[in-house]
Design a protein around this ligand. Sequence first.
Ligand code: FNR
Length: 174
Amino acid sequence: MDRRQFEKIRSVFDRSGIALTLSDLTRPDQPLVLANPKFLSMTGYPEAEILGRNCRFLQRDGDNLEERAEIRQAMAAGREVQAVLRNFRRDGSEFNNLLFLHPIGPPGAPTHYLGSQFILRMAWGSEPQAMAHVDTLLHDMTRIGVQAERLEMEQRRHLAEATAVLIRAWERRR
Ligand code: FNR
């Protein structure tokens, strides 16, 4: 990724109302290279404590094993993926993180991943807000240039459907 694209991503991230992160897959253990203000306020970490680290620092050891395997598989194949992960803020408080991951770079061989985090709250009421999150995410990705504008509506339908299925499954498990 060249400097220009990185700065473009940073400017979209800085202005976004949703949590956004960027990981570099060309570096060992896929460290975070960008985290926006919304992500920092959601998790309670200052930027200096998290850049350069893999985003799994939000988890506790031994947690989310199935979800992590699914994420690793999807990332190895260069695919997008969504999962609900048990995470902890800097102050130790727990939250359920609905994580969206999207590849950036050549198809099938991404150099980066864009991550977006949404807090799932009670057993009801999260779905409409999650759908609004999906809209903002796709809009931001279009502005970055990761998502073609002409495909945005199609991708919206697909991502909204996948997200609804995931939330309902999560609600049933609780
Ligand atoms: C992640 N990951 C992640 N995990 C998590 O618990 N909370 C989070 O907010 C995020 N955010 C995030 C953003 C981006 C851009 C990437 C690429 C990944 C997932 C985490 O880093 C890791 O991929 C998974 O835990 C699966 O790998 P491991 O831990 O089993 O090696």
